[in-house]
Design a protein around this ligand. Structure first.
Ligand SMILES: Cc1cc2nc3c(=O)[nH]c(=O)nc-3n(C[C@H](O)[C@H](O)[C@H](O)COP(=O)(O)O)c2cc1C
Length: 343
């Protein structure tokens, strides 16, 4: 892989990607993941037409800082010419390390336009999009992220991946579920392994990675060149350090303490607010509650904290909540003295 334009692959290293997750993996969350060892990151998906309309909000979604490199920008759409123009604009303005095409989103409003995973049942259009984008951005590596297929009776990932490779796509991330599955059931890594066998470019495996030992097993069994972590990182961004240690055969880092969990949540709140200030002014911070909620997983009295967090209007109120939680004050109430493990 010496001539690869994706130098984070190679020399036997399996890079750890943070999965793109709309409304979560913004600049602030990505900085956090980077600090915990995420190695390659991708912006959340943005619609090609929205970029063409030049809406500030859409450009904000694909923003990144130099420290976050290597960074990819992910776009989606169903019109080859719009996808090509949007890709060119992104590459000219932001010079990402790669441009990523979304062929995996299962959301109804996306697939009804034939975009996202909708393209997996409409592969001639998918290939037209790839050709158009490939021609539009010769100087930038092109990658794709896809699901296994539309449903269990139409698993097309190996065949589509081979075609994408022949069209010049340089790496492919595969989420081991079909569109029909949404997020239910388990990711099927044996199908991801079939994609690995179908191509020579790096395949990044994705789906249900939650700990170091599982990650090691997935690499060994499927032969993927990279790993991508999604939902587990929302509640435990330190998972990147855990997986890296496991892959390197190093001892696992100590488990996240209560202090670390709160420090992380507060850091995310502060960074999110600092980036929002310019546009949101003095608005209260309840809008960011959904971004913070996943980090309450594993905290004692998690439900109670979530409820309280939802009502916090200022950062100071969140800090006060952290102080109360860390003081152990709630632990003296027997009824409340339970750790919610189901969240
Ligand atoms: C809230 C949320 C938003 C997502 N947004 C995107 C997106 O913008 N682009 C994309 O390719 N996948 C998106 N995904 C899918 C994830 O990247 C990933 O493929 C999926 O969550 C499976 O990985 P996991 O089991 O590690 O979470 C999203 C998933 C979630 C839960």
């Amino acid at each position: 892989m010496s001539d690869s334009r994706l130098p984070w692959f190679g020399q036997g290293k399996v890079p750890l990607y943070l999965a793109p997750m709309a409304r979560h993996t913004d600049v602030a969350f990505r900085s956090l993941c980077k600090s915990f060892g995420a190695e390659v990151m991708v912006t959340e998906f943005v619609q090609s037409e929205a970029l063409l309309r030049d809406r500030a909000k859409s450009w904000e979604m694909v923003d990144f800082t130099p420290e976050q490199r290597p960074m990819g920008v992910q776009i989606f759409g169903a019109t080859p010419s719009s996808m090509a123009t949007a890709a060119r604009m992104v590459c000219e303005r932001l010079q990402p390390d790669f441009l990523d095409l979304n062929f995996g989103c299962p959301a109804h409003k996306v697939i009804e336009q034939n975009a996202g995973s909708g393209l997996l049942r409409c592969t001639p259009l998918l290939y037209d999009i790839v050709r158009a984008v490939r021609d539009a951005i010769p100087g930038t590596p092109l990658t794709a992220k896809m699901r296994l297929g539309w449903d269990v009776d139409s698993i097309v990932a190996p065949e589509v991946a081979a075609r994408l490779e022949s069209l010049g796509v340089e790496a492919i991330a595969v989420h081991g579920r079909t569109r029909e599955q949404g997020y239910s059931g388990e990711a099927d890594w044996s199908r991801i392994a079939e994609v690995v066998r179908a191509v020579r470019i790096p395949v990044i495996g994705n789906g249900d990675l939650k700990d170091g030992p599982t990650a090691v097993r997935r690499v060994r069994e499927s032969g993927v060149a990279g790993l991508m972590v999604g939902r587990a990182a929302l509640g435990s961004p330190w998972i990147f350090g855990e997986i890296r240690a496991a892959l390197d055969g190093a001892p696992p880092p100590p488990p996240a303490t209560l202090e670390l969990r709160w420090r992380t949540l507060l850091a995310l709140a502060e960074h999110t607010l600092s980036r929002a200030d310019a546009t949101l002014g003095g608005r209260d911070i309840r809008w960011m509650s959904a971004k913070l909620q996943p980090l309450t997983q594993g905290l004692p009295h998690c439900r109670r904290i979530r409820d309280a967090l939802q009502r916090c209007r200022t950062l100071e109120e969140v800090r006060a909540l952290a102080r109360r939680s860390l003081s152990g004050e709630w632990d003296s109430h027997p009824v409340e003295n339970q750790i919610d493990t189901n969240d």
